[in-house]
Design a protein around this ligand. Structure first.
Ligand SMILES: [Zn+2]
Length: 321
C-alpha cells in the first residue's frame, strides 16, 4: 500500500508540473480501469496522475451493477469521459443502462449524467441535489455548476426518510440518504449481497476531508455520517469511496479520530481569539501530514489541509450547523 501511494505521489508531482503547463485536464489521456469487486459489481476509475484535483484517479469512481435485469450505475464521471465510461460498461455488459444514482452533486460525479439519461437511464438522487443542479441552490465555489443539459437532472428524488430500495440482478440496492456531510445532498449506496457500500466523498483517503459548506455540507454531518457508516457496515464490508482506496469499517476510526483532534485544536485557537489566518498559520494538521497522502497538494485556494481547516474554522466560528 505504502509503495503504491509513493508511486501515486510521484505521478502526482509529475502531473502537477504538466498541468501547470497545459492549464487544464487532458481528458484524451485518461483511461478507465475496471475492478470487479463482487460477481456482478464493478468499480470504474480514471487514470492516476492526470487530474490536478484528483491525483490518485481522475474524476470520481463509478459503480456498475450488471446482469440480465439491466445495468445500474453509481455516479457518472466527467462528461468528457462519457464515451470511455460507456465503453468500459459495454465490456462488462450489453444490457440496457436502466438506473443511475448520484452520490452527490460535484461534477466529477454528475457531469456525465446527461449522456446516460439519453441512453435511457433514470437518474435517482436526493432532492437537494436536484435543486442544486436546477440552479436553485447556491454554488459559490464553482464546483457543482448548474446542469448545462436538462437531461442531467435527476428524475426520481428522495429526502431524509427511509432508504430507496431497488431489486435487480439478484441484488438489493439501498439508496441511503446521509444528512449534510460532504454536501447537503449525499447518498450512500449499499449493495446488500455484495457486502459493499459506496460512500461517495464524505470519506477520503487521498487529501484531507472535504466539507463543501457552500453546497450544504457540514462538519457535524460528516461526523454523523462516519458514525452511521460504522453502524451500517459489517467488519468485512467493503467501503468504496468516490476517490482513493477501498477500505473497511475499522479504517473509519482513525479517520474520525483525526477529525476530532483537528476540530479540538481549532476550537482551542478560536477560544484564544485567533483569526482564520492565525489558525491556518498554526498548521494544526502537522501531526497527520505525513500519513495523509495528497494532504498538502493544492485544493481550492490553498492545500487540501488548508481547505479542511478553513471549513472546520468557519463552522465552529459560526456556532455549527
Ligand atoms: Zn465531491
Amino acid at each position: 500500500m505504502k509503495s503504491a501511494w509513493l508511486l501515486v505521489v510521484a505521478l502526482a508531482a509529475t502531473a502537477l508540473a504538466v498541468s501547470a503547463r497545459s492549464q487544464g485536464l487532458d481528458y484524451g489521456r485518461i483511461e478507465i480501469t475496471t475492478d470487479q469487486i463482487a460477481p456482478n459489481l464493478y468499480m470504474l476509475s480514471g487514470s492516476a496522475g492526470l487530474d490536478p484535483s484528483h491525483q490518485d484517479a481522475a474524476g470520481g469512481r463509478i459503480g456498475v451493477l450488471a446482469g440480465p435485469d439491466g445495468v445500474l450505475m453509481v455516479d457518472a464521471q466527467y462528461a468528457e469521459l462519457g464515451d470511455k465510461v460507456l465503453a468500459a460498461i459495454r465490456r462488462i455488459s450489453s444490457a440496457p443502462i436502466r438506473f443511475l444514482v448520484n452520490t452527490h452533486i460535484h461534477r466529477d460525479h454528475t457531469a456525465g449524467n446527461a449522456k446516460f439519461a439519453k441512453l435511457g437511464a433514470t437518474i435517482f438522487a436526493r432532492e437537494e441535489l436536484r435543486l442544486g443542479m436546477s440552479g436553485a441552490a447556491r454554488s459559490l465555489n464553482g464546483n457543482p455548476a448548474p446542469a448545462s443539459d436538462p437531461a442531467a437532472i435527476p428524475v426520481v428524488t428522495y429526502g431524509m426518510g427511509e432508504p430507496v430500495r431497488l431489486h435487480l440482478n439478484g441484488e438489493v440496492v439501498d439508496l441511503v440518504p446521509i444528512r449534510a456531510a460532504h454536501t447537503g445532498g449525499d447518498t450512500m449506496i449499499r449493495f446488500e449481497h455484495a457486502n459493499a457500500i459506496m460512500i461517495g466523498d464524505y470519506y477520503r483517503n487521498f487529501g484531507y476531508p472535504f466539507i463543501d459548506i457552500n453546497n450544504g455540507g457540514s462538519l457535524k454531518g460528516m461526523l454523523e455520517a462516519l458514525d452511521f457508516t460504522m453502524k451500517a457496515a459489517g467488519p468485512d464490508t467493503r467501503l468504496v469511496p468516490g476517490h482513493g482506496t477501498i477500505i473497511k469499517r475499522a479504517d473509519l476510526i482513525p479517520y474520525r479520530d483525526m477529525i476530532f483532534a483537528i476540530q479540538g485544536k481549532v476550537q482551542q485557537l478560536i477560544a484564544q481569539g485567533k483569526t482564520q489566518q492565525d489558525v491556518l498559520a498554526a498548521h494544526v494538521t502537522s501531526a497527520y501530514d505525513a500519513s495523509v497522502p495528497g494532504g498538502l497538494l493544492p485544493a481550492g485556494a490553498g492545500t487540501s489541509a488548508d481547505r479542511f481547516v478553513t471549513e472546520v474554522y468557519q463552522e465552529l466560528k459560526g456556532g455549527g450547523r
